[in-house]
Design a protein around this ligand. Structure first.
Ligand code: PLP
Length: 388
């Protein structure tokens, strides 16, 4: 047997990909599966963006580029972020990566020493906890509770901050709960950490997918840009998951270190994808608006449908494209339930524990699927639960 490095025992994973593989195996045997597990828009990438990529290939953007990203894209992102958040951002604060995920990995690798504490949302995107533990940091969960509309409790957060706290991760709108941090709470969080030796990693990947009110970012709170890493990308807003394009905005000296990590790993992000990323930000935004309108319609269908099923209760999320219903009244734990829904009902969903121990008692459904499929999924869930 190959002896793996000790650190590999601390690396977690993202279960969505495992459930997807199980679902595909069932499909290979002739079963139909309604896919409500994977977090990716089912829309095509808008046409103007696809066209820009083809043009970039023909123009020769097929070579290595600078590790931190194509200068024109870094400039476009700097302008976009300055405009959105009212904070002056320079291109040397921007690092472009293959998807936004490497920003998490690189930031934690660059900043967290063994024993340092990192506060992260739980239930939350599983990669946070995984990478914190991988580097030997101490993962400190801030529990997001249903009774709090899955928003962080500010007093609880205050109690978790210690002299060892080096990083606070926030994610709004949140995966898996769809929870959104209010401006009031963001200001309170900023007041709590401002001027301390704590970096805030704000995962704003769902910032365009919001149904009520506006999205706020801690990045725009007074003086916070100098201790914040803003993570964002193209996967969700522009239906570009497979293109692998994301970015981080951070203080320039940290950006240099992150670019160095990129030199040591990916070398750079795909050059023609980056050129398409310029068009995505500068071109018409109506495709984004249309997608969000459609997501809102689907959200309403799935929330109403789930609440009509005995044993399930579901809050109406304010952002992202996930619901996180409480399934404790079904009599099964969430892992058993997800398994039976897949094997017996042909519906792929994720158990809440895929998002950390505090996701126990919940399932996550992604509604990035057609209304027809969502309705078929709901009928299958009802039928499976009735026959338990
Ligand atoms: N952050 C959150 C909260 C996510 O849910 C995801 C993807 O599921 C990402 C980041 C990563 O996105 P990307 O495809 O840009 O790597």
């Amino acid at each position: 047997m190959i002896p793996f490095a000790e650190r590999m025992s601390r690396l977690g994973t993202e279960t969505a990909f495992e459930v997807l593989a199980k679902a595909r195996a069932l499909e290979a045997k002739g079963r139909t599966v309604i896919h409500l597990e994977i977090g990716e828009p089912d829309f095509d990438t808008p046409e103007n963006i696809r066209r820009a990529a083809k043009k970039a290939i023909d123009e020769g953007y097929t070579h290595y580029g600078p590790s931190a990203g194509q200068p024109a894209l870094r400039e476009t992102i700097a302008r976009e972020v300055s405009g959105a958040w009212g904070v002056e951002v320079n291109p040397d604060q921007v690092v472009v990566t293959p998807g936004a995920k490497p920003i998490m990995f690189f930031a934690i690798l660059a900043l967290i020493n063994p024993g340092d504490e990192v506060i992260y949302p739980n239930p939350g995107f599983p990669i946070y906890e995984s990478v914190i533990e991988f580097v030997g940091g101490k993962a400190v969960p801030i529990v997001l509770r249903e009774e709090n509309d899955f928003e962080m409790d500010i007093d609880e957060l205050r109690n978790l901050i210690t002299p060892q706290t080096r990083m606070l991760i926030i994610n709004s709108p949140e995966n898996p709960t769809g929870g959104v941090l209010s401006k009031e709470n963001l200001s309170a969080i900023a007041d709590m950490v401002r001027g301390k030796n704590i970096i805030v990693l704000t995962d704003d990947i769902y910032h365009r997918i919001i149904y009520e009110g506006e999205h706020h970012s801690i990045f725009s709170e007074p003086e916070m840009a100098s201790q914040t890493i803003l993570l964002n990308g193209y996967s969700k807003s522009y239906a570009m998951t497979g293109w692998r394009l994301g970015y981080g905005v951070m203080p320039a000296d940290l950006a240099q270190k992150i670019a160095q990590l990129q030199t040591n790993s990916n070398s750079c992000t795909c050059s023609f994808t980056q050129m398409a990323g310029i068009e995505a930000l500068r071109g018409p935004q109506d495709a984004v608006t249309k997608m969000v309108t459609e997501f809102r319609r689907r959200r309403d269908v799935i929330v109403e449908g789930l609440n009509a099923i005995d044993g399930i209760s579901c809050l109406k999320p304010r952002g992202a494209f996930y619901v996180f219903p409480n399934v404790t009244q079904t009599g099964l734990n969430c892992r058993q339930l997800a398994d039976r829904l897949l094997q017996e009902g042909g519906v792929a969903a994720l158990p809440g524990t895929s998002f950390g121990q505090h996701g126990d008692g919940y399932l996550r459904f992604s509604y990035a699927n057609s209304v027809a499929n969502i309705e078929e999924g709901l009928a299958r869930i009802r039928h499976t639960l009735e026959s338990l």
